[in-house]
Design a protein around this ligand. Structure first.
Ligand SMILES: Cc1cc2nc3c(=O)[nH]c(=O)nc-3n(C[C@H](O)[C@H](O)[C@H](O)COP(=O)(O)O)c2cc1C
Length: 181
């Protein structure tokens, strides 16, 4: 084997970066997260340090939004990863709309997913919230004629932990399931 073992490190990158939204004490709050993903066709998982301010709101209301970041609002999103609601009120950071199910949605996000938590796998001071998808809101500009999100138009920002850099999704390299035809 020519590969070198670099240890038990995080390496599953780049991955999409999101801003999680939730209500705390009747006001919205926002937290940047990269450790999130799909765990079933019905559920997403978001991994958040238990000491984060937003966890209190998610635990209490069970409602959260997952706002997918694109380059047009990356600067504002990045700020939500450097300041904590434990020290500073972040409720006015974005213009927002209340989702149909009670989670605050960021107006600038071209795609927002509204969820309800129905499980929490606690591990090493992290809440792993299991998030049932209730609704998905997408801007008309990123929808194709079939009403689905067009990822040629919508370019989520990706993040990687080792060097703390952001990327965007790139070129199409194939058609799934047809690579051997
Ligand atoms: C690019 C980036 C990705 C992050 N991803 C996560 C994450 O997946 N989980 C997490 O708990 N914190 C993550 N953080 C850290 C939180 O966003 C940060 O500590 C934030 O200030 C917590 O806010 P809160 O206390 O108001 O909830 C990330 C930060 C950055 C800059």
């Amino acid at each position: 084997m020519t590969k070198k073992n670099i240890g038990a490190v995080l390496a599953l990158y780049p991955c999409p970066v999101i801003v999680v939204g939730a209500m705390v004490n009747g006001k919205p709050t926002w937290t940047l997260a990269a450790h999130a993903g799909t765990v079933a066709h019905s559920h997403l998982m978001v991994s958040l340090v238990q000491a984060h301010y937003i966890n209190k709101g998610i635990r209490e209301t069970k409602k959260l939004s997952i706002n997918i970041v694109d380059e047009s609002w990356l600067k504002e999103a990045d700020l939500m990863g450097t300041i904590s609601g434990n020290n500073e009120d972040k409720s006015a950071a974005f213009e927002w709309t209340m989702g149909e199910n009670g989670a605050p949605l960021i107006n600038n996000a071209k795609a927002s997913i509204e969820c309800e938590t129905d499980g929490n796998y606690e591990l090493e001071h992290f809440d792993q919230f299991m998030c049932k998808i209730l609704a998905t809101y997408a801007d008309e500009t990123v929808l194709n004629e079939q009403g689905k999100i067009n990822y040629h138009e919508f370019k989520p920002v990706l993040f990687e932990f080792p060097t703390y850099e952001y990327f965007v999704t790139g070129d199409k390299v194939g058609n799934c399931g047809k690579m051997n035809q």
